[in-house]
Design a binder for this molecule. Structure first.
Ligand SMILES: Nc1ncnc2c1ncn2[C@@H]1O[C@H](COP(=O)(O)OP(=O)(O)OP(=O)(O)O)[C@@H](O)[C@H]1O
Length: 555
């Protein structure tokens, strides 16, 4: 609720206009009560038609004005909320794309998916009708004041009804707030199962995992239904309680008002007016009571977004070298993934000269991919330094550094755009001829010629639908398009046919001839040919660096 109102305090003029509109709406809202009282008090006893016509015209005008002010207020409220909504959406997306890779890696998949869901959840509750309902709450006092002028005793009864309604609402809000974490956790479990079914659709079918997943899904849904049922029950209880209060307040007002009428201190018209005003004073509080579930959900989502906003971002600003030679040095590097029993590297030190070629080998799980990710700044060492031409990577703009690297990941994925979009990601200024050159170097020219749209062919579903060999070669083309001084290729020949492997070897020979620094991760013996160094990650705890002539498989 505070966050919703905070979006107004930064725009005082809009706030003033909204408050003025609310004041006028609430004053005009009194007109219909005044009309009832005047008809009963002035027209009914004397029967003068002109009085009735005047009163009817007056109240109709007041209703029309009230309608106009309500519309204006709704537009103002939407206007007031729009910038905060836009900012939240942008901040959520920027967090998704910009949280430091090593930190993002540690976030559970469900928590990642939850970032934009949290933004959505806030937007669904922070709407113009919610804001206007909140703005009406303080003006209940105005209605109570009007009632006070009719009868202080009846105003006191209405005041008690309002205080009870606020108490019920606050208690319900507190109850929901404390249980929101459980609802959220059950929702996350459900999302996680859905994501698994979507991601591993073939495995789910081929290994008959559907029934097993379905059992877990049913359990999650049962938990969620119970938790949501509790929330709905509390919201329902609050609604029933506020309705009861409205009814009880009406009874009290009529009963005590009747006594005052008999005593002669209150007229019948005043009693009816007082009853209407008491109900009107309570109405905004009852509306607020209906909003506590969505508001509690939004508050929870905002807290999550605030936590996400505190996570460190990629280091995009920083130093850039005027000219890059391509010297790499690792000094006393230690690395372990969070929760891993043994570190992947301890006291790893090595140096690759500019234009040098190093093969990074080792059995499955030895850390070849992790080594490549360390060089890209996608994983961060626990200790030690990575130096590029003598400059510590931590002082460097990662955005600049990643532009200098031709990177081929083990499992290349792509953005959903055209091939040209993907090849230009890191270098938007590349012309088509540079893209065709990279495509030819990756041995994809004949494949591209078979496509109807060439470079404008769409890559969908992050490229997951492309055959693995083609995906890898498209990844190679993307790496080569960048023309970087340092090349980091992770398993460049894995899963390729003879033609694909030949294209990779030719490309590697060309890159070596051009004096690029090559870091080749993988166990393909042919990759060892021509490499000056071999880093054996299978050697624990300190990976061994050997020179070419000692390297196994080296020709
Ligand atoms: N993001 C991650 N979070 C936690 N552990 C990870 C992560 N990525 C990899 N690991 C673990 O780190 C170890 C090294 O993985 P890595 O992929 O670097 O090995 P690799 O030598 O490239 O293996 P392969 O030859 O199968 O590609 C493995 O035990 C792996 O399970």
């Amino acid at each position: 609720m505070q966050a919703l109102l905070r979006s107004l305090t930064s725009r005082p003029r809009l706030l003033a206009e909204l408050l003025a509109a609310s004041l006028l709406i609430n004053i005009l809202g009194l007109a219909s009560t005044a009309f009832v009282m005047l008809v009963l008090g002035r027209y009914v006893p004397y029967g003068i038609d002109a009085t009735l016509v005047t009163l009817s015209l007056g109240v109709t005008l007041a209703l029309a004005l009230e309608f106009g002010f309500r519309e204006a207020r709704r537009r103002l409220a939407a206007q007031a909320l729009a910038p905060a909504a836009l900012e939240r959406g942008n901040a959520g997306f920027a967090a998704l794309a910009g949280i430091r890779a090593a930190v993002f890696d540690r976030l559970p998949a469900a928590a990642r998916a939850d970032i934009m869901r949290a933004v959505d959840s806030v937007e669904r509750s922070h709407t113009a009708p919610t804001l206007t309902a909140l703005l009406d709450v303080p003006f209940s006092a105005l209605t109570l004041l009007a009632l006070l002028l009719i009868s202080p005793a009846l105003a006191l009864i209405a005041g008690v009804g309002m205080a009870l309604s606020v108490t019920v609402t606050l208690a319900g809000e507190r109850w929901l707030r404390t249980r929101m974490a459980n609802v959220q956790a059950a929702e996350q479990r459900g999302q996680h199962l859905v994501a698994t079914v979507l991601r591993a659709s073939d495995a789910v079918r081929a290994f008959n995992a559907g029934a097993w997943l379905h059992r877990r899904w049913s359990q999650t849904q049962a938990d969620l239904a119970a938790l949501r049922g509790d929330s709905v029950a509390v919201q329902g209880l609050i609604s029933s309680a506020t309705q009861f209060l409205t009814g009880a307040q009406g009874v009290a007002i009529i009963a005590y008002g009747a006594i005052l009428c008999v005593e002669g201190t209150l007229s019948t018209a005043q009693l009816i007016g007082a009853n209407i005003l008491a109900a009107r004073a309570l109405a905004p509080l009852n509306r607020l009571a209906q909003l506590i579930e969505p508001l509690a959900r939004a508050q929870w989502a905002l807290r999550q977004l605030a936590e996400i906003a505190r996570l460190p971002r990629e280091q995009l600003a920083g130093n850039a070298l005027r000219t890059l030679e391509g010297r790499l040095e690792l000094s006393d590097i230690a690395f372990a993934y969070a929760g891993a029993v043994t570190p992947l590297a301890e006291h790893l030190s090595l140096s690759v000269p500019a234009g040098g070629i190093m093969l990074v080998a080792g059995p499955t799980g030895a850390g070849k991919t992790t080594f490549a990710r360390l060089l890209l700044g996608l994983a961060e060492p626990l200790r030690g330094r990575i130096l590029i031409d003598g400059m510590d990577m931590r002082q460097m703009s990662l955005e600049w550094w990643r532009r200098q690297v031709c990177y081929l990941p083990q499992e290349p994925d792509f953005i959903d755009g055209t091939i040209a979009d993907n090849l230009r990601l890191n270098h938007p200024d590349l012309d088509d001829s540079a893209l065709y050159r990279a495509i030819a170097q990756a041995g994809l020219k004949s494949w591209l010629d078979t496509t109807a749209q060439g470079l404008d062919t769409m890559v969908e579903d992050s490229g997951k639908r492309l055959p693995p060999g083609l995906r890898r070669r498209l990844g190679l083309a993307r790496a080569l398009a960048g023309n970087g001084k340092v090349c980091v290729f992770d398993e460049p020949t894995e899963g390729l046919d003879d033609e694909g492997r030949a294209a990779v070897y030719t490309a590697l020979r060309q890159l070596a001839a051009e004096g690029r620094t090559l870091i080749l991760c993988g166990n393909d013996p042919a990759l060892a040919q021509g490499s000056g160094m071999l880093l054996d990650l299978g050697c624990k705890p300190v990976p061994r660096v050997v020179m070419a002539k000692e390297a196994p498989g080296h020709a």
